[in-house]
Write a new protein. Sequence first.
Lengths: 207, 207
Amino acid sequence: MKMNKYIIPHKGKVTKEDRQKLKGHKSVVLWFTGLSGSGKSTIAHALEEALYERKIHTYILDGDNVRTGLNKDLGFTPEDRKENIRRLGEVAKLFVDAGIIVMVAAISPYKSDRSFVRNLLEPGEFIEIYVKCPLEICESRDPKGLYKKARQGVIKNFTGIDAPYEEPENPEIVIESDKESVEEAVNKIIRYLEEKKIIPKEENKNA
Amino acid sequence: MKMNKYIIPHKGKVTKEDRQKLKGHKSVVLWFTGLSGSGKSTIAHALEEALYERKIHTYILDGDNVRTGLNKDLGFTPEDRKENIRRLGEVAKLFVDAGIIVMVAAISPYKSDRSFVRNLLEPGEFIEIYVKCPLEICESRDPKGLYKKARQGVIKNFTGIDAPYEEPENPEIVIESDKESVEEAVNKIIRYLEEKKIIPKEENKNA
């Protein structure tokens, strides 16, 4: 902490730009929306792995860490879904401010809720990724057995069964997860991030 | 994304330890508690600046970015204060999982609320910093004019005036902000982080 007394040491608060500079890339929200079983979390985790290899600083907000913690007081009524998305959006904004590329994997079925989050952020910081997959295929995957319970009426207000999913109109990226592999999806998102100069292009590794 | 097909590429999810490794240090919560005007935010911001110079990845959660966003639906009744701290704790936990040293500057007057947050985290991850300062001095500083309004009865439930502040019993660090300078406080916290091997010791810069 020794400082030259003729140099003003106080440059002011550390900013979002400072934190991005330390990390070597910009920070954005990658918002994965789509039906349960469409592959949002799978793609997000594979993407995180690929970005980690490139020393990109990421974090994933999804049901696993948010529904069991911050949002454990919320259910699945339209009001609670709205509050769930509001809080996810506000927390994602904090992560962007911290310089992190934050991925949110949430069904987020309502356009108005996704728009709300987009408007919380600066232009270009909210990247909506629509993980598109026909309901029949999501239902046949049924990784958590939720569709079965929804059909039996054990779970109410289940998106695609007895609650609506409003498709994005102008998402930045569309992944058709019944046609594209996880690796193809990851590559598509990485190319987008490179083109928008959010992350640096990978150096040519050929020796 | 080209991979040698004889090497198993899928190492599984990126973990908290992976993210810490990328950043070059461990992640913890530095929880600043104390009266309004005690200097919590000032010390946190000065500490962030000093840590940034050492390439430590930090973020600050305080009234400026949380009360106006995530927690803008909350007031200052005991119930709302409790929920305010619960959410701050849950968000701080996410930042620790992301590999960040997260500082929370919040009056957080109730022991039970601070204990709740401590119990959300792994042992050693919650570092309680009591910014201790006599009420009369905080009140004479009154940086936001809040004590004046509380004395006039314009603000109700103001900590130290008509709402209690429960002192920490075993905080990891105590800063007596009426006796120690901001620089001394910052150095004390940095020494603690070094001793606990949360951040690396600074390399000797003598040429």
